[in-house]
Design a protein around this ligand. Sequence first.
Ligand SMILES: Cc1cc2nc3c(=O)[nH]c(=O)nc-3n(C[C@H](O)[C@H](O)[C@H](O)COP(=O)(O)OP(=O)(O)OC[C@H]3O[C@@H](n4cnc5c(N)ncnc54)[C@H](O)[C@@H]3O)c2cc1C
Length: 426
Amino acid sequence: MVRIAIIGGGPAGLGAAKKLVEAGQQVTVFEATGELGGLASSFEKDGFKIPIFYHHVLQFDFVTKSLLEEFGLTGNLARNTIKMGISFENTVYELSKIKTLFWNFLSLRDKWKFGMLYLWSKIKKNWSDLEGVNAHDWLEKAVGVNVRDRIFAPLMRVKYGVPLSMISASELAVRLGNEEATGELVYPKEGLYELYKRFGEYLQKNGTDIKLKTPIKNIKFNNESTALVSYDSAGKTATETFDFVINTAPIPVFLKVAQDLSAEFRKQLEQIKYCAGICVTVGMEKPMSKYYWINIFDKPFGITVEHTNLCDIYPWKVCWVSRYAPPEEHMKLPDEEILKIFLSELKTIHPDINVIWTKVSRSQHTSPVYDINYAKYMPNCETPIKNLFFAGIAITYPKLRSQNTAFESGYETAQKVLEQIGLLST
Ligand SMILES: Cc1cc2nc3c(=O)[nH]c(=O)nc-3n(C[C@H](O)[C@H](O)[C@H](O)COP(=O)(O)OP(=O)(O)OC[C@H]3O[C@@H](n4cnc5c(N)ncnc54)[C@H](O)[C@@H]3O)c2cc1C
């Protein structure tokens, strides 16, 4: 039996661990924080577990759905069809085929072009003709400058942290056709926390060693046949030998701890930059709006997600006020300052909001920056080091950044490791 170290207990790490222990391998999961789930983990409020960042399951998240079922959560799923809005100058407009006709910030011609693009994205399945074209130039032709600059440019800035000129037109077109923002949403009524709790219990029952609060500090690859993994545990540093390492931690973290990478491989990985994120979770007396999700283009945050309009399982109504790629100075501000900025701006859209409690969460590594060049330097699950593998959203572009994608990536990487083990034993 070989020994496999998995760095990170987020969805990718857990997915990989599952497939490997089910195949009889000896697996250790090292998780830096005190909880499993990574970006999908939860914080506690008065005995209730609430996700740090909003998380729902989309209609085509088949891996996540099958895990919910496997861990006994299917019977209690909340399902909803998304009601989505966009907000300009403190007014919220419903985003739906009919309601778009009444948006007064677009001319009739703009609305027509916007509608045609939406329809075309549903019909056209192959966008390879747009390969190498950036979204800025393509949208100018497809919908005109006004729709591009008023809708798509701010949307991509708050979602991906990059200007349209750095986004691939073909990827954006595919995404429009995917209806990621419409259709049915699912959420387990016991809370997302329960999925990761049950996942951890399942892995442990099947022999996985899960080490929480155990950040990896150093990995040294010995002649590519073993890896020395050093970690901090209860104030002490320990080192263990493994046959394989699967990294799911953000690439900049991995680069800090990994030794012996060739200059070329290190240079490739150093090109990967990450978006930070700030999210203020707000507990309220009553719902703030009828929308589950509002994209906001002219505020310090980019989205509000009114979670309890999907699944009302807490004693409060809960909303996340969130921003990918905030200005760097916001990441440095203390929580009280962030709260002042976010709440005062939130009240300009929803003056009647009644806030009971708040929680500020941040991450330096919410997602790699998927710019137009990402595919050129994206790592593979197999690496130039024979016993080092990657899993997680750093290797899955252009798929959606989701738990589903990360679980699936964990499965696929585990399969590659098993193939390698098979080769070793023949
Ligand atoms: C604001 C926001 C909203 C989102 N909404 C949704 C949604 O609605 N639906 C959805 O499906 N997905 C959503 N996602 C995306 C989803 O959370 C991610 O795609 C997924 O969590 C990525 O999984 P991962 O395992 O690749 O990485 P991560 O979740 O980042 O896991 C990496 C793990 O590595 C650990 N780690 C880091 N350094 C070390 C170290 N030195 N040693 C040991 N461990 C380490 C981290 O603590 C973390 O647990 C959202 C993400 C964000 C930020």
